[in-house]
Design a protein around this ligand. Structure first.
Ligand code: ATP
Length: 515
């Protein structure tokens, strides 16, 4: 059995080999934590974005979209707090010259203790077999309790240090825990420093006095600064939401784990404006809706969990992450935050504009509160990819790699193949493809044996392979081979479109979200 790490490496290699994700500017050896999506990756990413956009805007008549610019007036970032507080604590190892996030080093240490506990549990599970009571074991086993105590103490110390952003204490924890650099193996650490994650550039010529501007580190602020525009021009009534999909940029210190942590990435965010006092109700509402959205894809309900934040930003009064079980553990894919009226109030203060809502029912004005849902397209892409990637042993000693993608997200829906490259079969296959291509992303393949062609489509997750043989010319039927079961059916051409549509249509998925 391959380890999780090996599996992840294979997924990364597969993404490149099959045109999903390439390292950026690869001919120049790439650029750290920047990636390009290839011919299949872009299709899948577009499908993810469409699923999100339609679930948010089509299903909610009070949610509308915008597309704000990446460049924004620099005061935006002063008001939002990003200039002063969008920092990570960094630490360097003097021997390897590698840079790390101090908080990540400590979290990894916590993860190691958790791993030890889990190992004890797994050992006991094997020993006790069916009669094993995991909860009881965790509460009573001496070794588990010892580890758990250690975890609690470290966690408390770490949370305190992070809340206070006590950089000396963070370093002291790293020293006390004897955390070593994974590259050099030494404990020769520098002090911990703050590092602002925003990229900046200059706008305008220097003669005019160039202005320092930032590449947005989140799309949310583009929504807040347009709150008044949308509310007025759309005559929106509270509660209402504004959705946006777009690029965001963060100069991440430790960029690893492929598209999980990139320096240029894409977000799908929605800010939902509400009456103060109703925020916890709406927070719960969006938490549930967003989880439903994830689970409806059928990647496995057990792969999701909420992780409520213990450490809240000073302006937030509730926050949770939706985590997904990646090969490297449960990781945040989406954040849901109750942000009070912090952002709108800050923009009102810094711009000198009145940013409020007149509530006709209350006959009074107030600054709306906000619930935010924020999901990374790339992390979503990765979670789908990781759960879809399968290596299967087949009868007769053969094996295959198949992407069991939800059909609605698959980059290619159907591949049409003539059995042989003669006798009018290619022409018939082209005819079928020309008919299907207006409804679905369809490809055509006539090279190599049918078996090899099936494998190529399995590797990119195509749900249907449609083979045209000599009988097709007389009976107007094709052989449809299904990706997951590898079973084959003879299907009349008149039924083909309907059959594919039923499997890849987004409508049933969207319907399942509406209770
Ligand atoms: P993390 O703690 O992992 O750095 P975050 O809490 O800073 O993430 P948010 O600011 O809440 O993330 O951003 C919302 C979403 O944007 C995240 O849930 C994630 O899906 C995505 N995201 C954030 N940073 C990155 C990144 N560097 N690369 C890819 N996606 C990202």
């Amino acid at each position: 059995m391959a380890t999780q790490e090996e599996t992840f490496k294979k997924i990364v290699a597969h993404c490149k080999e099959y045109g999903f994700v390439f390292p950026s500017s690869e001919i120049y050896d790439g650029l750290g934590a920047v990636y390009d999506y290839g011919q299949n990756g872009v299709e899948m990413k577009n499908n993810i974005k469409r699923y999100w956009w339609e679930a948010m805007t089509l299903l909610h008549e009070n949610v509308v979209g915008i597309d704000a610019a990446i460049f924004m007036h620099p005061t935006t970032w002063k008001a939002s707090g990003h200039v002063d507080a969008f920092n990570d604590p960094l630490i360097d190892n003097r021997d390897s010259k590698k840079r790390y996030r101090a908080d990540v080093l400590i979290e990894d240490q916590l993860g190691k203790i958790e791993e030890k506990i889990n190992k004890e549990v797994e050992k006991a599970r094997k020993r006790f077999g069916e009669s094993f009571d995991e909860a009881m074991f965790r509460q009573t086993n001496a070794r588990v309790l010892e580890h758990q105590e250690k975890w609690n103490a470290l966690h408390e110390r770490y949370s305190k240090a992070m809340n206070a952003m006590d950089l000396d204490e963070l370093k002291q924890i790293i020293l006390d825990e004897e955390i070593v650099c994974p590259i050099s193996g030494t404990r020769n650490w520098t002090d911990v420093r703050q590092f602002n994650l925003m990229f900046s550039t200059e706008m305008g010529s220097t003669a005019d006095g160039a202005m320092k501007i930032y590449l947005r580190p989140e799309t949310a602020q583009g929504i807040f600064v347009n709150y008044l525009n949308v509310q007025k021009t759309g005559r929106m009534k509270i509660p209402f939401g504004i959705a946006q999909i777009g690029k965001a940029f963060r100069n991440e210190i430790v960029a690893r784990q492929f598209v999980f942590r990139m320096r240029e990435f894409e977000q799908m965010e929605m800010q939902f404006f509400i009456k103060p006092g109703t925020e916890l109700e709406w927070f719960e509402h969006w938490k549930q809706f967003r989880l439903r959205w994830h689970k409806a894809l059928g990647l496995g309900d057990e792969k999701y969990r909420f992780h409520d934040h213990e450490k809240l930003a000073h302006y937030a009064n509730a926050a949770t992450d939706i985590e997904f079980l990646m090969p490297f553990g449960f990781k945040e894919v989406e954040g849901i935050h109750s942000r009070t009226n912090f952002d709108l109030s800050q923009h009102a203060k810094y711009s000198g504009k009145k940013i409020e809502y007149f509530d006709p029912e209350l006959n009074q004005s107030y600054t709306p509160y906000v619930i935010e849902t924020s999901i990374g397209v790339d992390r979503m892409f990765l979670s789908v990819m990781c759960s879809a990637y399968k290596e299967e042993q087949l009868e007769g000693g053969d094996s295959r790699v198949v992407l069991s993608l939800p059909p609605v997200l698959a980059p290619v829906k159907a591949c049409v193949m003539p059995l042989v490259r003669k006798d009018g079969l290619p022409e018939k296959a082209r005819e079928i493809m020309d008919d299907l291509k207006f409804d679905f992303h369809t490809t055509y393949d006539e090279k190599d044996s049918i078996g090899k062609r099936y494998r190529r489509q399995d590797a990119i997750g195509t749900p249907f392979c449609i083979t045209v043989d000599h009988d097709t010319l007389s009976d107007n039927c094709v052989t449809v081979r299904y990706r997951d079961t590898m079973e084959q059916d003879r299907v009349p051409l008149t039924e083909l479109k309907k059959m594919i549509a039923e499997a890849v249509d987004m409508k049933p998925l969207l319907r399942s979200l509406v209770k």
